[in-house]
Design a protein around this ligand. Structure first.
Ligand code: ZN
Length: 170
């Protein structure tokens, strides 16, 4: 956490990180492809105006963060918390850690999970693949196990590789 905060603790650090990912080789106008722009600030947010076609864009347009009122520091911290947690993070935990409403925490969590899913969508599992089925939810009392009311069935598949040190596959 201290390492994370020293790198992404301020809005300027997050903006700079996002800029590096979005425009790795410098600004590129999404409208005409021109590579020069003027940067000015509207409110807190920097706007990039293309020098050729005058199209205005921001770092957030076309990303996960578009149209969000939350600062990038909140988003980055949420991404950190979600990706570091071994057993998932509830919206309630995010609400407490980020100091935002439960509804905002819930929406943020689902947007991040969807982005992670899209990122992985094209990945093809290869080699040794292990598959299992399981059930999620089902807080109502009654029938246990398969077919119990309110439970959502799902299948999970993972690619496992031998441990380089000769232990169990992971
Ligand atoms: Zn342009």
């Amino acid at each position: 956490m201290p390492d994370f905060l020293s790198q992404y603790g301020t809005e300027a650090q997050c903006e700079s990180a996002l800029e590096k990912v979005r425009w790795r080789d410098g600004f590129r106008c999404p409208q005409c492809g021109h590579d020069h722009c003027t940067v000015f600030c509207r409110g807190q947010q920097p706007l990039y105006q293309c020098s050729a076609c005058h199209h205005q864009t921001s770092l957030q347009v076309g990303t996960l963060f578009q149209a969000s009122k939350l600062p990038l520091t909140t988003w980055f911290l949420a991404i950190y918390l979600i990706t570091q947690a071994k057993n998932g993070v509830s919206a309630l935990e995010l609400m407490r850690s980020l100091g935002i409403s439960w509804r905002a925490a819930w929406r943020l969590k689902h947007k991040i999970l969807r982005a992670m899913l899209e990122q992985e969508a094209d990945r093809v599992l290869r080699g040794r693949v292990e598959v299992d089925d399981a059930y999620l939810g089902g807080t109502r009392s009654g029938k246990r196990g398969r077919g119990a009311a309110g439970k959502r069935p799902f299948v999970i598949a993972v690619e496992t590789r031998p441990d380089p040190e000769g232990g169990l596959p992971h």
